[in-house]
Structure formats: structure tokens, C-alpha cells
Design a binder for this molecule. Structure first.
Ligand SMILES: Nc1ncnc2c1ncn2[C@@H]1O[C@H](COP(=O)(O)OP(=O)(O)OP(=O)(O)O)[C@@H](O)[C@H]1O
Length: 377
């Protein structure tokens, strides 16, 4: 599925006019502050239910307003529809998200019906963001890598979202018991058994998706032939030492967890360990190598979903500042061969031939962004 239509109301500085996008490549250019990232951010809301650049919904609602809305129309092929309001025929799915920041209420809509769970909305549009912040996947802490892995698990394994939520709930109840000030062994055992069961299920899904990802990554490394990638090792760590059962580990660390007041072993500690010749890449790789590695990981994730017949919408924000021409071209070519939908922002007028080569430019639409308004060229 690709996002072929977008319309927003009171979302940052964006104009409320509907826009029709290509299911393939979309090139957006415009001056600083024109609204390029805001467009990607609005698209991101439909696939992630949140902003990929700020944690509070409040920041994205137009100044002076209290509620924003984002509507999206998804389709497989090219859309020649006239405008959002004219007709919904031809669209495979219609998604909507509205947030009232004063009432703190969110309304989610799929195909004209209200839905309660964000996963019902998000599963229709796998959105993968590549922006300057993405490089934290290698350079940052385990949380970024968990988020990276869980995004794919969510799209690969339909039951993952519900198990993840249950596990978060039990973890929080377990943490409350640990913080009670009195070690309530019988209550902790009840939580431990539920927690261990959910943790096992969650980790199996993570492991399965990780294995698919690791195989895709290996294939990719063979294709791109970047010599230093040969010494790389990617490993999934579930959050505890699996040679022991989780309940045993929890029992033997009771005092430690009680002292700290929260759960120290389990899925909330999971990570993807990235090593080069036995050492963590964050300590050994140059900044440029780290960036290349993140790009390869993102493409490999796209390969996993594409292998399952899912089209990923990639949002490439401001990558000119981060990646040299060779890496940008490699990324553009791989995303094309995956059949992904891609949005690329830049300040300068882009030259598609520089990404794909003369005579081999894919189908694309080009937009100039000014004061939050998109004009197609
Ligand atoms: N809540 C808001 N309401 C109204 N305008 C906003 C809001 N938040 C940001 N803006 C403005 O919207 C504009 C668009 O910002 P955006 O980050 O999308 O620009 P950009 O084209 O990506 O810029 P750059 O090239 O500098 O990254 C900016 O001028 C900003 O000041």
C-alpha cells in the first residue's frame, strides 16, 4: 500500500489543500522552514500514531488552535483522483487521526469507522523514517534498537502489539509491587509467572523477525560489497540470559530489583548487539561507517516486509546533509528495487538523474513547498 492522498487540518503550518502523491517516488523541495518535514511528520502520524520528531502532540497543532487532523488515502497503483473530497472510490483504505490537545482526546478512523486501537490504523501503513535522528540506532542506547526491531515485528507478527501491551501492563504492576516498600513475595510470584509467560512470547516473535532481518542483512551485505561489513555480527539479546529461565533469574535477583524498585530482566532490556570483530560498533566505527550501517539496516528491514508482500513508505528527511552522493544513490536504488514508496526532502531543487542515473529515472512526482503549501511541478 502507498499513501496517495494526504489532507491535514491545523497541522503545523501546512495548508489544508489535499495533495496527491506518487505511489513510487515523491521529491519535495523548499526553503528552510517551508514545511517539508511537517509533511513527512503528518504522513508519519498515520503510520506511527505520533510525531517522529517531538514527543508531545501539542507541538504539532497549528499555533492558536487546539485540534489537528490528518487524513490519508492508500492505494496500490497510481491515483488520478481529483481531490480528497471528490470521491473515495479507487482508494483501498482511508485513514484518519485527530487529536484534541486540550481535551487530550484522540480519534482514529479506518475506512470511515472509528477504531480504538492505534495498531488498527498503523498496520495499514508501514512508515520507516530516515532522518538525522535515525543514526542513534547505532550510536544510541538499546531503546532505539528495540524500537527499530519492534517496528518490524509489529508489521510481521499480527499478535505482537497485543502481547507487547499486556507485557507492559504486567511489568508496570510488577514494578509497583517492587516499589511498595515491603517485599510481598506471594504477590511477586503471581506477577512473575504472568510476566515470564508474556516475555517468552514476546521474545519469540522478536527472535523470529530478527532472524529474517539478519538473513536479509547478510544478502544485502553481499550485494553492496562494502568490505568492512564482512566483520560485522548482529545478535539479538532478549533481555536476559536464556540459558536460565526468566523466573529463576527473577528469584535470584529479588533483593537487587527490590532495592532499585523496578524490573531489571526481561523484554524491556532487549537489544540488537552490533559488533565488529568482537567489539561494539559504536566504539569502533567512524561516524560515516555508522551511518552506512544504519542505512543498510533500514533497507534490510524493508526487504523483510517486501518479502511478505508489504510495501514500506520511506520518509527521507534532510539526508543530503548526512549522506554523500554515493550513499544517497545506493539508498535510492535499493528502495526502488524493493518497490517502496519514498518521500525525499531537500532544500535545493533535486536532480533525479543524480540518484538513478540518466535514462533510468523511475516514476516520480516533484513538489515545491512554500509556506506549508505544495505545488506540483
Ligand atoms: N505548531 C505550529 N503551528 C504553526 N506553524 C508551525 C508550528 N510548528 C512549526 N511551525 C512552523 O512551520 C514551518 C515548517 O517547519 P518545518 O520543520 O516543516 O520546515 P522544513 O521545510 O522542514 O525546514 P528545514 O529545511 O529548515 O528543515 C516553520 O516555519 C515553523 O516555524
Amino acid at each position: 500500500m502507498a499513501l496517495v492522498r494526504l489532507q491535514t487540518e491545523d497541522f503545523r503550518n501546512l495548508s489544508p489543500d489535499p495533495v496527491t502523491f506518487s505511489p513510487s517516488f515523491n521529491l519535495l523541495y523548499g526553503a528552510n522552514g517551508s514545511g517539508k518535514t511537517s509533511i513527512l511528520e503528518a504522513i508519519g502520524y498515520l503510520g506511527l500514531g505520533r510525531s517522529f520528531r517531538v514527543s508531545r502532540h501539542k507541538a504539532v497543532v497549528r499555533h492558536g488552535q487546539t485540534r489537528f487532523t490528518v487524513f490519508g488515502g492508500l492505494d496500490r497503483g497510481n491515483s488520478d483522483a481529483e481531490g480528497w473530497h471528490s470521491e473515495s472510490a479507487g482508494l483501498s483504505h482511508r485513514l484518519g487521526i485527530a487529536r484534541d490537545v486540550t481535551l487530550k482526546e484522540t480519534v482514529l478512523r479506518v475506512d470511515g469507522e472509528n477504531v480504538r486501537s492505534l495498531s488498527r490504523l498503523a498496520k495499514h501503513l508501514p512508515v520507516s523514517v530516515i532522518d538525522p535522528g535515525v543514526f542513534d540506532i547505532v550510536a544510541g542506547g538499546p531503546g532505539k534498537r528495540r524500537q527499530f526491531l519492534d517496528w518490524a515485528v509489529f508489521h510481521v507478527e499480527p499478535s505482537f502489539a497485543s502481547i507487547w501491551q499486556q507485557c507492559q501492563r504486567v511489568t508496570s504492576q510488577r514494578n509497583q509491587t517492587l516499589r511498595n516498600g515491603r517485599l510481598d513475595e506471594s504477590l511477586l510470584r503471581v506477577w512473575d509467572s504472568q510476566y515470564a509467560q508474556l516475555s517468552e512470547q514476546l521474545s519469540e516473535h522478536r527472535q523470529d523477525t530478527f532472524d529474517q532481518f539478519a538473513r536479509a542483512f547478510e544478502r544485502l551485505v553481499d550485494e553492496v560489497d562494502v568490505p568492512w561489513t564482512r566483520g560485522l555480527k548482529l545478535e539479538f539479546f532478549p533481555g536476559w540470559d536464556r540459558s536460565q529461565s526468566l523466573p529463576e533469574i527473577l528469584m535470584s535477583h529479588r533483593e537487587q530489583e527490590f532495592k532499585i524498585g523496578h524490573t531489571l530482566y526481561g523484554p524491556n532490556r532487549a537489544d540488537i548487539r552490533l559488533k565488529f570483530q568482537g567489539r561494539p560498533v559504536a566504539e569502533t566505527f567512524s561516524r560515516g561507517q555508522q551511518k552506512t550501517l544504519v542505512i543498510l539496516m533500514k533497507i534490510a528491514q524493508g526487504m523483510v516486509l517486501s518479502g511478505l508482500g508489504r510495501q514500506v513508505t520511506f520518509l527521507l528527511d534532510d539526508i543530503n546533509a548526512e549522506l554523500d552522493m554515493g550513499h544517497r544513490a545506493m539508498l535510492a536504488q535499493k528502495l526502488r528495487s524493493l518497490g517502496s514508496q519514498v518521500f525525499i526532502t531537500s532544500i535545493e531543487h533535486p536532480a533525479p538523474e543524480s540518484l538513478w542515473g540518466m535514462g533510468d529515472v523511475p516514476e516520480y512526482r516533484m513538489f515545491h513547498v512554500e509556506h506549508g503549501k505544495l505545488t506540483e511541478e
